[in-house]
Write a protein of this length. Structure first.
Length: 98
């Protein structure tokens, strides 16, 4: 469940959120420093989403290779139930449970 403050913001009819990309530094004590070009001067309530640093091409290639290895391993697993996904879920020919 979302906090009440966020639900109230989502219920507003006027735009409630402005997205501004910023580069910040978080100190060990939690203090934020950095710049937010395009933000109005003053204090702002904000939700901060931390995105990871971009991966190097070598790290990206390694991640893709690991994902492919997982896909290949899953593809080699035996089929335990030969029914179609619709049959397993219980859909009938009309797409309804039946």
């Amino acid at each position: 469940m979302l906090p009440r403050a966020i639900l109230n913001i989502l219920k507003r009819s006027e735009p409630a959120v402005t997205v501004i990309l910023a580069h910040i530094r978080v100190s060990p004590d939690g203090t934020l420093t950095g710049s937010a070009p395009g933000a109005a001067p003053g204090e702002h309530d904000a939700a901060i989403i931390i995105s990871p640093a971009p991966r190097s091409p070598a790290a990206q290639a390694e991640a893709v290779a690991a994902i492919h290895a997982i896909q290949e391993a899953v593809a080699r697993l035996p089929v335990l139930d030969p029914r179609s996904p619709d049959d397993i879920i219980g859909y009938n020919e009309n797409g309804l449970f039946g």
